[in-house]
Design a protein around this ligand. Structure first.
Ligand code: PLP
Ligand code: COI
Length: 355
């Protein structure tokens, strides 16, 4: 199936804002394709960024049958634009689709859509340090049907937004609240899928802790309320003795982050040990107090590598590395972004430059 490209006239195109808030401005074009049972995917089009026309009975609005992805396009020193591990994002999109009983997309069509869309909206890829064009592939169930069941019609779309750092703190450490009351996801549920309901379910706690000065929530496992899982918009890593990066194992209820996987591969390459483990929150907090854990940081596409300087559990604050960004997080940030922005070698062949 080919993608129809309908560029909008030059004089109707916008421009990248100078101040980049996260996900507040959108580039000129978007990709859409439709799916109907029996017909498969059809009508793949790149055209003007537009509001969607949906029945108020559309399944996504009632039962949350929805998935999304997050990836970025980076401006390279030679002016070209590249993606970071797009194949991994596309595969995760299809895994999320399978979990939410949605049709998988053709990987080649998805990649072609990304390439054509971002090439057309090239000027929306910012070049300021630390900025990028955030890409949000999404799929929603559009069947107008109130009976509960998998929909028969879907829309797959891709929108893009020029962004700076995700957190207002920039590269300064964020404060994270460990929730002892609420849980994000349970093994056997949909925590491993990138689906909107996981995020909707987290908002009550995020809003509550934001009013207390914490930027994110660290979730514990839902069965024992004891093991560290992940943070609201990123996976989490603990650094032991300034040299060993430990992250919670993929439990079945956390998102298998692509940045997490990249940290696990990159860290040994730049001299750190890595370990995936089941991490008891009481041990973590005791190890912070004892100075065994020297740094904590989050990792994700939007968040990149974000140092965590303060953890709060049951009303007690635990300060990490004097609430300053530590050397391991800094080195990982520099190495990872060096690869992503094309200023450093790409030893793992992660970068996909658009021609
Ligand atoms: N965990 C959650 C809940 C997320 O939303 C994200 C962001 O996508 C991550 C982890 C990190 O995943 P990735 O590195 O693939 O962006
Ligand atoms: C991403 O990092 O791409 C995410 O999806 C996190 C989101 C909450 C902004």
């Amino acid at each position: 199936m080919s993608i129809t490209v309908n560029p909008i006239p030059e004089n109707e195109r916008g421009s990248c804002p100078k101040e980049l808030a996260f996900g507040a401005a959108f580039a000129d074009h978007m990709f859409t394709q439709l799916y109907d049972d029996g017909l498969g995917w059809h009508d793949a089009v790149i055209g003007r960024f537009h509001d969607l026309k949906l029945s108020p009975a559309a399944a996504v609005l009632h039962y949350g049958q929805e998935i999304f992805e997050g990836m970025k396009a980076y401006r390279r020193p030679d002016g070209k634009v590249s993606f970071f591990r797009p194949d991994a994002n596309i595969k995760r999109f299809n895994r999320s689709a399978a979990r939410m009983v949605m049709p998988e997309v053709d990987e080649a069509v998805h990649l072609e859509a990304l390439e054509k869309l971002i090439s057309l909206d090239q000027k929306w890829v910012p070049s300021e340090p630390g900025s990028s064009l955030y890409i949000r592939p999404t799929m929603i169930a559009t069947s107008p049907k109130l009976g509960l069941g998998a929909a028969k019609a879907y829309m797959h779309f891709i929108i893009t937004s020029p962004v700076g750092p995700y957190f207002k703190e920039g590269l300064n450490p964020v404060s994270v609240y460990i929730s002892d009351k609420y849980r994000r996801a349970v093994v056997g549920g949909v925590g491993e899928a990138k689906t909107g309901g996981n995020y909707a379910a987290s908002l009550l706690v995020s809003e509550d802790v934001a009013s207390k000065g914490y930027t994110q929530v660290l979730w514990l496992d839902a069965v024992e309320g004891r093991y560290a899982e992940e943070v609201g918009a990123m996976n989490v890593c603990f650094v032991y003795g300034g040299e060993r990066v430990v992250t919670p194992s993929l439990s079945g209820s956390i998102l298998p982050g692509i940045t997490r996987d990249s940290v696990l591969k990159l860290a040994p390459h730049i001299g750190f040990e890595v370990e995936e483990a089941r991490l008891d929150v009481n041990t973590i907090l005791a190890d912070i107090k004892a100075g065994k854990i020297t740094e904590v940081f989050g990792c994700g596409t939007a968040a990149v590598i974000s140092p965590i300087g303060r953890l709060c559990f049951k009303g007690e604050d635990y300060i990490i590395n004097d609430n300053k960004a530590g050397p391991v997080a800094k080195k990982l940030y520099d190495s990872l972004t060096g690869i992503q922005y094309g200023t450093a070698e790409d030893p793992f062949n992660w970068v996909h430059v658009i021609d």
